[in-house]
Ligand binder design. Structure first.
Ligand code: BES
Ligand code: MN
Ligand code: ZN
Length: 480
């Protein structure tokens, strides 16, 4: 989509529609006030008559107001100006874009007057892209061009990098498992690395065997689509400084394996690579923004399937770090893939690790669908991650990692087993297994099983892959 900045006054913008905002206390942002004045007080009169809602994300289209060039003015309710929530600019722009993208439009002007502009730009890009990959008649049609009022070129470029990277993560999640499998996911990483300038190394099944990634390989062995690990490097910080590691669960389809999922639970399991998609999205954004930091992104890719070659209950796997794991449930596969991928990250010399995974239904039971669970071996680092998420409006909440949970993953025959005793505290027992593979490196695990895939649309984003935590990762690594 073409994006440019405009200095035209709102009433003079000659595209197909313009977007303005409105607060619930009646104070009009500058562009809204200009439209109001040009139209002889139309907006203030409609507010008085309560024909325009100022509630957050409510949209009121005004057709052909006198004195205004654009044939359509879309008024977005911004709610109360007191304590505006983080992410307001992104969501307001997203809600307007989603509404306007219901039909093809050449040019739309955004006159929201909200900060930060880059987030609003990203929000508009997110709002006008939906789950239309396979529809002959798309429900959302991105505009040919957007004009931004009061935006400098740098903010537009940053917003574009962010919004397109989030949309990239959403697209990877929305593509079905028939299209995105370990090999094709890895190919996509190579393509993106070439396009945006980060280094990409792919480990195929032979390399994974040489590297003794026994846990990861076991998960993939039931599929005709062999597993992969992808290592992406963006090393633009100080030469000596150890990189941050970003690790993503990339189970491109989770049937549950021999511990087969019931059909309803399996339907959305193309989303089980959302952690990997977030890492790829973040690497893309970080390298497009050319951030002066050292970051290594790793994704562990496998398809958890049923066949004569599937790994079995009771199998004992030897992970890359030498620890043995007894398999009690083949549906607890993500932690096995991550066990080896985390160890590869440690081997890359990272000094801190953030992993992202659609790891447990238990995390959704604990926190609901909208909130990610944070589990960590380092409280200060965990706070840092939570604060980055808070700043960009991505809800997250810490869960405890008390030592007593370690009892739950002790095995009779191996060092550990891949599930806890019973289902209690399932998000935490999963994290406790992961902790065995980070070798004491400061580490935060983000369980995104809830927020990664939206069952229903929100006002500012279509249903399906949400692209969650791409923005948090960028926020975490960017120098402030
Ligand atoms: N990928 C699932 C977790 C999941 C569930 C993600 C729902 C998104 C939505 C994971 O591999 C899984 O199956 N976890 C099991 C673990 C159990 C077998 C210990 C679960 O949560 O039921
Ligand atoms: Mn599973
Ligand atoms: Zn899974």
């Amino acid at each position: 989509m073409n994006m440019e900045t405009t200095t035209l006054a709102p009433q003079d913008f000659d595209g197909e529609a313009i977007v303005v905002g409105i607060w619930s206390d009646g104070a009009l942002p500058p562009s809204t006030a200009a439209i109001d004045e040009a139209s002889g007080g139309m907006i203030s009169r409609l507010i008085e008559l309560q024909e325009i809602s100022t509630s957050r994300w409510d949209l009121t289209p005004l057709l052909a107001p006198v004195g205004v060039q654009a044939p359509l003015v879309l008024v977005v309710g911004l709610g109360s100006p007191e304590d505006p929530p983080a992410g307001l600019a992104k969501r307001a722009a997203g809600a307007a874009a989603k509404h306007l993208a219901s039909k093809a439009r050449k040019s739309v002007g955004f006159y929201l007057d909200l900060e930060p502009v880059a987030e609003a730009v990203a929000g508009a890009l997110i709002g006008c892209v939906g789950q239309d990959l396979f529809r002959h008649e798309p429900k959302l049609i991105p505009f040919e061009s957007i004009s931004w009022h009061g935006a400098d070129e740098a903010a537009i470029q940053e917003g574009k990098a962010l919004g397109e990277s989030i949309n990239l993560a959403r697209r990877l999640v929305n593509l079905p498992a028939g299209d995105i499998y370990p090999e094709s996911f890895a190919d996509e990483c190579v393509r993106l690395g070439n396009e945006y300038g980060f280094q990409v190394e792919v480990w195929d099944e032979t390399r994974l065997a040489e590297e003794k990634c026994g846990a990861h390989l076991a998960v993939g062995q039931g599929s005709s689509r062999p597993p992969r690990t992808v290592i992406m490097r963006h090393l633009k910080g100080d030469a000596g400084a150890a990189p941050l590691g970003l690790v993503g669960k990339g189970v491109t389809f989770d049937s549950g394996g021999l511990s087969l999922k019931p059909s309803e639970s399996m339907l959305d399991m193309k989303c089980d690579m959302s952690g990997a998609a977030a890492v790829v999205g973040a690497m893309t954004a970080i390298s497009r923004m050319d951030l002066p930091v050292n970051v290594i992104g790793l994704v562990g890719l496998a398809e958890n399937m049923v066949s004569g070659d599937s790994y079995k209950l009771g199998d004992v796997l030897t992970a890359r770090n030498g620890k043995t794991i007894e398999v009690h449930n083949t549906d607890a596969e993500g932690r096995l893939v991550l066990a080896d991928t985390l160890d590869v990250a440690v081997g890359c010399g990272v000094d801190r690790i953030v992993d992202l995974a659609t790891l447990t239904g238990a995390c959704m039971i604990a926190l609901g669908q909208g909130v990610a669970g944070l589990m960590s071996n380092d409280t200060a680092f965990c706070d840092e991650v939570q604060q980055a998420a808070d700043r960009v409006g991505e809800p997250s909440w810490p869960l405890p990692m008390f030592a007593e949970y370690e009892e739950h993953i002790k095995s009779q025959v191996a060092d550990i087993k891949n599930v806890g005793d019973g289902r209690w505290g399932g998000a935490i027992t999963a994290a406790k297994l992961l902790e065995e593979f980070v070798a004491g490196t400061p580490w935060v695990h983000i369980d995104i099983a809830g927020p990664s895939f939206l069952a229903k649309p929100k006002p500012w984003i279509d249903a399906g892959g949400s692209g969650c935590f791409v923005q948090t990762l960028v926020e975490l690594v960017r120098p402030r």
